[in-house]
Design a protein around this ligand. Structure first.
Ligand SMILES: [Zn+2]
Length: 371
C-alpha cells in the first residue's frame, strides 16, 4: 500500500488542507477508484472505505490484489470543516453555495476537437489515446479556489480508472445507485451484490456530477465519432447511495464493503471466486421516470410508507397536517415503483419535494437531480 498526499489551494491565511489517497496492488491491470463522503455530511461511505481498506490490506498481504485499487475515504475535507452552531453543512460550499458534487471538469468538451485526429480503428489504442488527452487537459487546468483545486485533484486520481465508485447516501433511503444506461450490463452485478432496491439510469442528468463526468465523456465521444472509430466504455462509473444519513453501523459497513469486494473479485481485480450472484429484486429504471412527491401546502409531514417498499399507483405516501385549519392532505403515488428516498424533515413548506419513487417510464427532462 502506498499513501499519497494532494495539497489543496490554501483558502485563507494560516489554513491548508490535503486529500489523502491510499493505493493498493501492484498496478498494471485494471484500475479501481473508490471515494466517499464527497457530500461531507454523508458518512456511511466513509465507514465503508475504512472497512474496505482493512480488507484490501489483508488481500494485498496475501498477494491477491491485481491491478490498482485507490481509496479516498475523505473526498471533501473542505465540507467536513463547515460547522455552524453545532450543525455540519457538507453538501454545499458555504462560500460559493456550490454543490460539492457538481461542476466537475467536463472532459469530453476539454479534449475536443483535438481528439479526433488521435483516434484509429483500434479500440484499445483509442482508450489509451483518450485517457492521454484527458490527462493533458487536466494538467492544463489552473484552479484558482480551494474548491476548484479539490475537484481537480479528485479527477486527476480517477479519470483513468476502469471502475469509479462514488459513495454517497440520501436523507432517508433504501440502498440505490445511479449510473449511465450504456454501462448497465457491467454495473448490474454490483447492484445485485449490494442488494440495491433501485438502480437509476441517466446518460446526462445535467450539472456534471462526479460519476457522470467519468462515463458521459465516453458515451459522448461514441455519439460523435463511433461510426468511424471504435470507442469503449472507458469508465464504469457509479454513484452508490448507501441508504440514509443516520445509517452508519459496523454491520452495514461490513456488508457493503464485502459486496464491493465480491464485485471486484467477479471482475478479476481480486484473485479468487466471487460469491454467487444474488438476484436483483427490482429492475433498473430511468432516472427521468423517478416521481418526486411534492407537498402542496405547509404542515406537519407524516409518512405512511417506508423506504424500500414497492408502491402501486394511488398508494398513500404521506399526509400533510395543518393544525390551524384542521386540513389534512394525503399525497399519493401516480407511478408504480420503489419508494427509494424521502426527506429527513417532518415539517413541510409549500412546494417541498419530500419523496421519490422509481417509476419505469421516463417523463421528466432537463436537470434530473435535486440541488
Ligand atoms: Zn451525496
Amino acid at each position: 500500500m502506498q499513501t499519497q498526499t494532494h495539497p489543496l489551494i490554501a483558502p485563507t491565511l494560516g489554513t491548508a488542507r490535503n486529500l489523502t489517497s491510499f493505493h493498493y496492488g501492484p498496478g498494471g491491470g485494471q484500475k479501481i477508484y473508490i471515494q466517499s463522503s464527497l457530500h461531507a455530511d454523508e458518512l456511511p461511505g466513509m465507514l465503508v472505505s475504512w472497512a474496505l481498506r482493512r480488507k484490501l490490506a489483508a488481500l494485498e498481504g496475501a498477494g491477491k490484489v491485481r491491478g490498482e485499487v485507490v481509496i479516498v475515504p475523505v473526498a471533501n475535507p473542505i465540507g467536513l470543516n463547515q460547522h455552524f452552531l453545532g450543525h455540519l453543512t457538507g453538501r454545499f460550499e458555504t462560500n460559493s453555495a456550490q454543490n460539492f458534487n457538481r461542476n466537475f471538469y467536463e472532459l469530453s468538451a476539454l479534449i475536443q476537437p483535438g481528439i479526433e485526429a488521435r483516434l484509429t480503428d483500434n479500440l484499445d489504442a483509442n482508450r489509451t489515446a483518450i485517457r492521454a488527452a484527458m490527462r493533458e487537459a487536466l494538467d492544463a487546468q489552473e484552479p484558482v479556489t480551494e474548491l476548484e483545486s479539490q475537484r481537480l485533484a479528485l479527477q486527476k486520481l480517477s479519470y483513468d480508472a476502469d471502475v469509479v465508485l462514488d459513495l454517497h447516501c440520501d436523507w432517508e433511503a433504501a440502498m440505490h445507485l445511479y449510473t449511465n444506461p450504456d454501462l448497465w450490463p457491467e454495473v448490474e452485478p454490483l447492484a445485485c451484490y449490494l442488494d440495491a432496491k433501485a438502480s437509476l439510469l441517466a446518460l446526462n442528468s445535467v450539472g456534471n456530477p462526479f460519476d457522470e463526468i467519468h462515463s458521459f465523456c465516453w458515451s459522448d465521444l461514441r455519439g460523435r465519432y463511433g461510426d468511424r472509430f471504435p470507442i469503449p466504455n472507458g469508465s464504469v462509473s457509479v454513484t452508490i447511495e448507501l441508504r440514509g444519513q443516520r445509517e452508519v453501523s459496523y454491520e452495514y459497513a461490513e456488508r457493503d464493503a464485502q459486496a464491493i469486494i465480491e464485485y471486484l473479485t467477479s471482475r478479476g481485480v481480486i484473485d479468487g471466486t466471487a460469491a454467487p450472484l444474488p438476484a436483483l429484486e427490482f429492475a433498473a429504471t430511468p432516472l427521468a421516470g423517478a416521481e418526486p412527491i411534492v407537498a402542496p401546502i405547509s404542515g406537519v409531514l407524516v409518512y405512511r410508507c417506508e423506504v424500500g417498499t414497492w408502491v402501486d399507483v394511488g398508494h398513500e405516501i404521506a399526509d400533510i397536517v395543518d393544525p390551524l385549519t384542521d386540513r389534512v392532505v394525503t399525497l399519493k403515488s401516480t407511478v408504480a415503483g420503489v419508494l427509494y428516498a424521502r426527506h429527513l424533515t417532518r415539517f413541510a413548506t409549500a412546494g417541498l419535494e419530500f419523496a421519490r419513487i422509481a417509476g419505469a417510464k421516463a417523463f421528466r427532462s432537463g436537470s434530473l437531480l435535486s440541488n
